[in-house]
Ligand binder design. Sequence first.
Ligand code: FES
Length: 84
Amino acid sequence: MIVCSCNVLSDHDVRHAVNNADELPRNAKQVYGCLGCSAECGRCARTITTIIEQALGPCVDGCLAGCQHNQAVSQDDGFAFAAA
Ligand code: FES
């Protein structure tokens, strides 16, 4: 299913980026970077964040020492949009 129409990214693309990137993406902005694109309208940010959380499972709230995901970063979605 396409989750980002601006960049034509599927849920599979996002899961693949989360599971296979050298540096684990923890927010939508980082997923875009892993997939070689950038945010356009931002409407997909929440959906991408949800897919990231599902893919990380219990690691989303922080990993134990030694976990491959324990390099992380902030929990924000990586977007800062000005109010219209
Ligand atoms: S739908 Fe993803 S940036 Fe527009």
